[in-house]
Write a protein of this length. Structure first.
Length: 502
């Protein structure tokens, strides 16, 4: 009875906080503010579904006499703050909606299981976990780290296969089944993501388009193209290549002109993944196999590189010499979008905060498909996104599984609605269509194995060609094919031989 009473109180605290305290938002790990008063557009108590209507995890009725559950996350310093773990712990209520939802979720779980959640972060999660497990020491029960970090921990045999934890059910909707299916080498799940982490949403790339430029150049509306199943790579390239204007009148394609988009490192990969292509995929046994040595791969790559090397379609941001006070070349380039100097830009959802002072309206759509025959949209996820794992030296595996499952389930009903409905949909998106597009984008995420594993040099072939304004050749890939296949076999073997639960 006390547990239910606490749940009701905390839910009302969250609702009151949402209705009265919406003044800040997370943007790439930093707080940003908005001058817009949006309180009238906020949902009320229906934002958070009552516990009686929720799908409940199948967990025992158990308490732990005030035991501490230690969680380790990624600090502000890792990746310039872009990959900071922000959704695990809140010290107190402060009126900021996501903070207060996290606080309330944790207090509910602490009350339910009679535990204390303690949190620490690290500039280097991999080293912290690796050193403690190697020494046989306990450092934490649950760890959040970048996908790259978690891959290396898995390869080092420092993590438990969480699919074997008795009380973790990875088929439940609070776990991302798509991420698990695409990353479970040898069908072992040493890291996962889902509702317990919002960073997979934050690290998901989408296309922003400038509505004023769409109107000025009488272009097809991207929303209509998406709804008509015609938002394709060809249409994207044609639109981006149709708006160039020599605004500074110097007869040269350069800074100060109007472009379709800006060229950055990795842009080719966003479009490649959007076309449902990968270099390595898992077969039915979870064995990674090479998929890039086919004619379609090279045809697609040439098309994408032709587009990116077109200096009247894409502004190459490596040519920017003066950042004019902006913290990075990327924020400077996105400000060109704000100034109506770019038709498109690609970024994660939280870069929306950089557009808050933009006078022209903008919209949001997924990455384009290859063609209308492609079954679904595919959305690129940055390899820096947080994955969740359990170190081999976790104190109590059953207890860890119970707390993980409970936190993930509660997050789906408490954290995700706040993140999606408030921080993204209502605070920064400017039209109703954007809300539907965000749902489509979040439901089409692709976890590209190449991003986390540079297997035998596969990744470097395209990276090297792109950095030198060249085209990757079939012979370049063939030169690393044997080494790549050997690496894949080794990878499969290492995952297959991982430590079982103690």
């Amino acid at each position: 009875m006390r547990e239910k009473f606490m749940s009701v109180i905390l839910l009302h605290i969250i609702v009151i906080s949402l209705l009265t305290g919406l003044t800040g938002c997370l943007d790439n790990g930093a707080n940003i503010s908005s001058d817009n008063d949006i309180s009238e557009s906020l949902p009320g108590e229906d934002l958070i579904e009552p516990e009686s209507l929720r799908l409940q995890p199948d967990l025992p009725d158990i308490t732990y006499d005030g035991a501490e559950i230690a969680i380790l996350g990624t600090s502000e310093k890792y990746g310039g703050g872009y990959y900071k773990t922000t959704d695990v712990y809140a010290e107190e209520m402060n009126g900021e909606p996501l903070n207060d939802a996290i606080y309330a979720r944790n207090r509910n779980i602490e009350e339910r299981f009679d535990i204390i959640i303690v949190y620490d972060d690290s500039d280097d999660v991999y080293s912290a976990v690796m050193k403690s497990v190697s020494a046989g020491d306990y450092t934490c029960d649950i760890t959040f780290g970048s996908w790259n970090n978690m891959v290396n921990l898995a390869l080092g045999k420092f993590l438990i296969d969480i699919s074997k934890l008795e009380y973790v059910d990875l088929t439940k909707p609070w776990w991302d089944e798509n991420a698990i299916n695409r990353t479970a080498v040898a069908k072992r799940v040493y890291y996962a993501t889902g509702e317990l982490s919002t960073l997979d949403n934050s690290c998901t790339r989408m296309v922003y388009f400038n509505k004023k430029l769409i109107d000025d150049f009488s272009l097809d509306i991207p929303y209509t193209l998406v709804n008509d199943n015609d938002w394709t790579l060809d249409n994207y390239i044609n639109m981006a290549g149709s708006v160039y204007s020599d605004l500074n009148g110097d007869g040269i394609s350069n800074e100060g002109d109007l472009f379709g988009t800006f060229r950055e490192g990795g842009y080719y990969d966003f479009l490649f993944v959007g076309c449902d292509m990968d270099y390595v995929k898992l077969d039915g046994d979870g064995r990674p196999v090479i998929t890039f040595l086919q004619d379609h791969t090279f045809t697609l790559t040439d098309k994408i590189f032709d587009f990116l090397y077109d200096d009247k379609a894409c502004f190459n941001i490596s040519n920017i010499k003066d950042l004019r006070g902006f913290p990075s070349v990327y924020t400077y380039a996105r400000n060109l979008f704000v100034q109506d100097l770019l038709l498109f830009t690609i970024g994660g959802p939280l870069v929306i905060g950089e557009f808050r002072n933009m006078e022209s309206d903008f919209g949001i759509v997924p990455l384009p498909k290859y063609d209308a025959l492609q079954e679904r949209y595919c959305t690129y996820v940055d390899a820096g996104t947080n994955m969740i794992g359990v170190p081999l030296t976790a104190a109590d595996e059953d207890r860890t599984g119970i707390i993980m499952e409970s936190m993930a389930a509660d997050s789906m009903y408490v954290i995700t609605p706040v993140y999606n409905e408030i921080l993204l949909k209502r605070k920064y998106s400017r039209d109703n269509e954007s809300e539907a597009m965000l749902d489509l984008i979040n439901g089409s995420r692709v976890f590209n194995l190449k991003n986390a594993f540079d297997i035998g040099g596969i990744k470097s072939v395209m990276d090297n060609a792109y950095s030198q304004n060249k085209y990757p050749l079939a012979s370049d890939y063939e030169a690393v094919a044997a080494a790549s296949e050997k690496k894949l076999d080794e990878l499969y073997t290492v995952y297959s031989e991982k430590h079982a639960i103690k």
